[in-house]
Design a protein around this ligand. Structure first.
Ligand code: ADP
Length: 501
């Protein structure tokens, strides 16, 4: 049942069998169109001769470690083949590439099939950041082999802009395994992304105005970052020697950077941390990376790479099919920014349904279908504008839930519930879906059977709209925005849909 339009909308499912009250919303460059054949034709126009050694390196590389190479089909050479160590990080990278003019597809895990789309870059999203190093390496090499099978010209290993890793890895071990597989004797490493307040100076990573180890990251539950000196951190994870290309060199531009690289190589350095304190630094770095078989970085370096392939920013790179259908938000992130976004949506009078994990657990035990209740709440509201279903909660409430259910069980239960609700919403006709939370996004995308997404226009830094085919949305697929917990402005849940209109 619906509340008065002016009433704040958020309610928990537990109070009602029809299940909640909810308020009505306060107010409601060169795109190549042909698929595979066309892509091949266009690519053949590119000046491959300029960096043919790179094509050979990528194409001829033998996999090392992991399993035997397997047969992968090729649909024409890609410029960039990217391997990301987590899901929303992959989207963040894809977003930067699109803004720099590339047409990008994000694959969820290593695809079993050849690429089915016309793209300049593919980002393979893994979930390897905190896996044991051996597993992270095996997955990354499988992604590399698939990308090589698609003809990728340069490989980009993407990690977090706060260099999230344990003392053992996985940034160093995965980077070195990729180097070995590619026959590369040198690569760079930098998480710098000034647009997102991540800068590197004299090899030290700053988050905003403070050093990494004073930024809160020293308390991260899985990857506490206790040292801001990335040369030291990376050296602790690598067999090869780690060096530094400092900002004075970067500021001088391509020739100076290349000279420094040659100097470091002569000294036996295999990986060099690169300083960058502004986008200009990243744009100066880009040309110096032309032809380097492997680049390792956060998402920031991506802004300077497309120009190496003759690609300039263009709105056509982010073109998606026209959006239609109903709109919804599913939020399982409990991060500060997401909690503010939930609050803003509720305060704007938009319909919102809170999922209480303890109530859900009790219903599950009693055989009550909480997902069906949530969908019954949403169904009559959807026609009037976006609805929000959320488990997002303040830290004390999350801790209380975790104390009763256990940390992992609580997380899994909430993720499964929200994923089933997302699928149900799509079955009700939702074709524009915002999901908040990295793990939550992974669960929803999996529940929707999505394996590839085309990356579209940016909503906020690091969060683009995407378009994906899904068996749950058989005709025309659906538009998705997958938001990492702390990304986005407070009005994100409303603003996102306006961006798509
Ligand atoms: P973020 O990107 O903010 O880290 P994630 O989706 O990655 O968000 O992680 C949030 C985790 O918290 C998920 O595992 C989710 O299931 C869990 N969670 C969400 N809401 C609650 C809650 N109310 N109580 C306990 N755990 C929750």
């Amino acid at each position: 049942m619906s509340a008065e339009p002016s009433e704040p909308a958020a309610k928990s499912l537990e109070n009602s069998s029809a299940p909640v009250r909810a308020a009505e919303p306060a107010s409601p460059g060169r795109r190549r169109s042909s698929p595979l054949g066309g892509q091949e034709a266009t690519r053949s126009e590119r000046p491959w001769g300029q960096h043919s050694w790179l094509c050979q390196t990528a194409g001829a590389a033998a996999p090392s470690g992991g399993s035997e190479p397997h047969e992968v089909g090729s649909v024409g050479a890609l410029f960039l083949g990217c391997i990301a160590d987590d899901f929303t990080g992959a989207t963040d990278l894809a977003n930067n590439l699109v803004r720099a003019g590339m047409r990008v597809v994000q694959a969820i895990g290593v695809p079993a099939q050849p690429l089915q789309a016309d793209a300049d870059a593919v980002v393979v999203a893994l979930k390897s950041r905190t896996l044991p190093a051996g597993e992270a390496i095996a997955q990354s090499l499988a992604a590399l082999r698939w990308l090589q099978g698609q003809g990728a010209q340069q490989i980009y290993f993407k990690y977090c802009s706060t260099f999230d890793s344990t003392a053992q890895g996985n940034i160093g071990p995965v980077a070195e395994a990729l180097m070995e597989a590619l026959g590369a004797d040198f690569t760079i490493a930098t998480p710098a992304f000034p647009d997102n307040q991540r800068t590197v100076f004299k090899g030290h990573l700053f988050v905003g105005d403070v050093l990494l180890n004073e930024s809160g990251m020293q308390n991260h539950p899985l990857t506490p970052m206790l040292d801001a000196n990335l040369v030291r951190v990376l050296q602790g994870q690598c067999r090869r020697k780690v060096g530094l290309i400092d900002q004075q060199v970067v500021a001088q531009g391509e020739a100076a950077i290349r000279e420094r690289i040659e100097h470091l190589r002569a000294e036996g350095v295999g990986l060099a941390v690169v300083d960058a304190i502004s986008n200009d630094d990243l744009m100066r770095l880009g040309p110096a990376l032309k032809g380097m078989p492997l680049v390792t970085a956060g998402s920031g370096v991506a802004i300077g790479l497309p120009a190496n392939f003759g690609i300039a920013p263009s709105s056509s790179a982010s073109e998606l099919p026209a959006a239609s259908g109903l709109r919804a938000v599913v939020s399982g992130s409990c991060s500060l920014a997401t909690n503010r976004q939930v609050q803003a949506f509720v305060q704007a009078g938009c319909p919102a349904l809170e999922i209480d994990p303890l109530q859900m657990a009790a219903w599950q035990a009693a055989g009550v279908d909480g997902v069906a209740r949530a969908l019954a709440w949403a169904e009559p509201l959807l026609a009037h504008g976006p609805v929000l279903v959320y488990s997002s909660a303040e830290p004390a409430a999350v801790k209380a839930v975790q104390a009763q259910l256990g940390v992992e069980a609580a997380g899994a239960m909430v993720e499964n519930t929200l994923a089933a609700i997302a699928r149900g919403l799509v079955a009700l006709g939702v074709r524009q879906l915002v999901v908040a939370g990295g793990e939550t996004s992974g669960a929803c995308v999996q529940a929707l059977g999505i394996t590839q997404m085309k990356i579209g226009p940016q909503i906020d830094t690091g969060v683009p709209w995407c378009h994906a085919q899904s068996d749950a949305a058989p005709q025309g697929g659906l538009h998705l925005a997958l938001k990492s917990g702390n990304f986005g402005t407070d009005d994100f849940f409303s603003k996102a849909f306006l961006n798509l209109a």
